[in-house]
Write a protein that binds this ligand. Structure first.
Ligand code: FES
Ligand SMILES: [Fe+2]
Length: 366
């Protein structure tokens, strides 16, 4: 256990957008801050760990990770989806290495078995062990909830409740609902930058004219707007009236960010989710999952993947350069554009709130 990093209390003050400064540069490359984020942010927030369809039938399971903690998500014989630490209560072995289907879970180390609801079932060669109560050695449960077919888990209960998190999103999106779209594929990008650099960049359309000239052609940029809610923000823009790969002129681009690391990128007929997985203070992996409305042609999908990839390459390049920039001795804090960077300010303000809660409760990061 380590102590909380020393954070100047003045850096945790949340000022109105027009008066606020961006978070200090040291927060982008400090190992101590990353350890604090793991405990104070990632362990305390709902994290998207997969899709309900990955464990649709009784016995199906898959693994995930939150804040370096190994997890297993499994559908029980009672058809209930549950999440547990993927950690055997004997000596910490894994119950599963990947995904599969089983009538019970068996530890890969010495073979203890567990029911799909987590109760310890079989304990080979343990007959003469004193004071051993099998019922006290079930798998440790983790909170789980499902929204629009996505499975979320949270290591430490607290605020917000799961329903508060998404208030208003499904209504704003309308039909087809996100849960009705069909999963197509995942592509992951490995970035040499702090995870917050990627999030900051996502949260403003300010950089679109210079960094994404082709994407710019898709938007009616004058209609580009940002809105913030308690736990999420979204940006939306009408598409230009010209024919494009997503629609014949009509339609809208909608970009949701759900604190701290989930993005929903919605264009007519398609959803792309981004999950930002921090690896350490100076590296993150961003997982892009693509979903399409039934009947989308192979050609439309191929065009979307190619176009999205080109935008992503542009973002990676600028994010990696910005990571180097904020590390410079010449840079500490910047300011926000009131017109374009409200969502970024909102994200950084929530981050400060979680840091402040951790500091005040003297929670110590692992
Ligand atoms: S660690 Fe699981 S059976 Fe030993
Ligand atoms: Fe971008």
């Amino acid at each position: 256990m380590q102590n909380l990093p020393i954070i100047d209390q003045s850096e945790l003050v949340i000022k109105p957008l027009a008066e606020a400064e961006t978070i200090p540069s040291s927060w982008y490359n400090s190992d101590d801050i990353w350890r604090l984020e793991k405990e104070a942010v990632f362990a305390q927030t709902w994290q998207c760990v997969g899709r309900q369809s990955q464990a649709a039938r009784s016995g199906e399971y898959f693994i995930a990770e939150i804040a370096s903690e190994p997890l297993i998500i499994v559908r029980g014989k009672d058809n209930i989806l549950r999440c547990f630490y993927n950690v055997c209560r004997h000596r910490g072995g894994p119950l599963a290495i990947g995904s599969g289907c089983a009538s019970h879970l068996q530890c890969k180390y010495h073979g203890w078995t567990y029911e799909l609801d987590g109760r310890l079932k079989g304990v080979p060669d343990f007959d003469s062990v004193a004071h051993f109560d099998k019922t006290a050695f079930g798998l440790a449960p983790v909170e789980l909830a499902v929204w629009e077919g996505f499975v979320f888990a949270r290591l430490v209960p607290g605020k917000p409740s799961f329903n508060e998190l998404f208030t208003g999103i499904s209504d704003r999106i309308g039909k087809p609902g996100l849960g009705e779209l069909q999963y197509h594929r995942r592509k992951s990008y490995d970035l040499k930058c702090n995870w917050k650099i990627f999030v900051d960049n996502y949260l403003e359309g300010y950089h679109v004219p210079l960094v994404h000239p082709e994407l710019m052609k898709l938007y009616d940029y004058h209609s580009y707007k940002t809105k913030v809610r308690e736990w999420y923000s979204f940006q939306h823009s009408l598409l230009t009236s010209a024919e494009n790969i997503y629609s014949s002129g009509a339609g809208e681009a909608l970009y949701y960010f759900i604190f701290p690391n989930l993005m929903l990128n919605i264009l007519p007929g398609r959803l792309q989710t981004n999950i930002v997985e921090p690896i350490d203070a100076e590296r993150c992996i961003v997982h892009f999952d693509y979903y399409y409305v039934a009947g989308t042609s192979e050609q439309q999908i191929a065009d979307d993947l190619t176009f999205s990839d080109s935008v992503q390459v542009e973002d990676i390049e600028i994010c990696e350069l910005v990571h180097r920039g904020v590390r410079s001795r010449s840079y500490d804090k910047g300011r926000f554009s009131v017109k374009h960077e409200e969502a970024l300010w909102h994200f950084q303000s929530l981050l400060k709130t979680f840091f402040r809660d951790a500091v005040e409760s003297k929670r110590t990061p692992r």
